[in-house]
Design a protein around this ligand. Structure first.
Ligand code: ADP
Ligand code: MG
Length: 251
């Protein structure tokens, strides 16, 4: 068993008087690909927002690689190796795909580049940008204006921008939301491929049960702020509590 990359212990988060997370505890072993499912409003996105430092929890601890990250700001958490796709990064719609990726790589490496920068310093940046472009299958679109890409390709670009941060843990909040069935299938294949090749831990929130059961090693079920089940897809699909509160709804 790998050591844990993430330990969440007794996490509480309220907005005003509403308790959104109510004592959430789980651990993720390094290298795992897993999902969080649960009804709308269960607190899934809030959990991601607390892990990435956007919101401070009211109580509880979060350790990343054994280090407590509660109290850190998002800009301090990202460099430790946690990235959230579709939020931390944002696409500049008027820039080309290539320019967007280049900007993300440069920002991550904190290089102050100008027109006097020697080419020898640019080469590794260009290589990295090309590698990211290839890894999400957007090489043919490098010179397209990003805002004109189809929805599925914009999500691919967004994944590339998150990967530019060299995360050890990548959080994906509903990566296939709003996609056509074909884009959905392609995105799932992409995510699985990236996970296999890049040696990173992935945690995603997803509604589509075929996707959840197809690519998760482990599934966690969050129901109104409480984790009610955790297990392999097979265990989860047979769990009476899960069937009652969630799968049984025909969601
Ligand atoms: N910033 C916020 N301020 C107040 N309430 C919030 C905020 N973010 C989320 N909530 C509330 O928390 C609950 C859970 O939301 P969310 O985490 O987005 O659920 P999910 O992602 O599981 O659908 C919802 O009732 C939502 O209205
Ligand atoms: Mg959500």
């Amino acid at each position: 068993m790998n050591r844990n990359i993430l330990d969440v212990d007794n996490l509480h988060k309220s907005f005003g008087r509403s308790a959104i997370l109510n004592g959430v505890t789980f651990s993720i072993p390094e290298g795992e690909i897993s999902s969080i499912i649960g009804p709308n409003g269960a607190g899934k996105t809030t959990l991601f927002n607390v892990i990435t430092g956007l919101y401070a929890p009211n109580k509880g601890s979060i350790s990343f690689n054994g280090r407590n990250i509660v109290g850190l700001q998002p800009y301090q958490i990202v460099p430790l190796g946690i990235a959230k796709a579709f939020q931390i990064t944002s696409i500049f719609p008027r820039l080309t795909v290539w320019e967007n990726i280049l900007a993300a790589v440069i920002t991550h490496r904190k290089k102050n580049l100008d027109f006097m920068t020697p080419l020898s310093k640019l080469a590794p940046i260009n290589e990295r940008a090309q590698e990211l472009l290839d890894s999400v299958g957007l090489s043919d679109y490098a010179q397209y204006q990003s805002g004109t890409l189809a929805h599925g390709n914009q999500k691919r670009l967004d994944i590339a921008l998150s990967l530019a941060l060299s995360p050890k843990l990548l959080l994906l909040d509903e990566p296939t939301a709003g996609m056509s069935p074909e884009e959905r299938r392609d995105t799932v294949i992409l995510i699985k491929n990236l996970w296999e090749r890049l040696n990173i831990t992935m945690l995603f929130i997803e509604h589509d049960m075929d996707i959840v059961f197809g690519i998760s090693q482990k599934v966690r079920v969050l129901c109104y702020g409480v984790l009610i089940a955790e297990g392999t897809p097979d265990e989860i699909s047979r769990n009476p509590k899960v069937i009652e509160v969630y799968l049984g709804e025909g969601d």
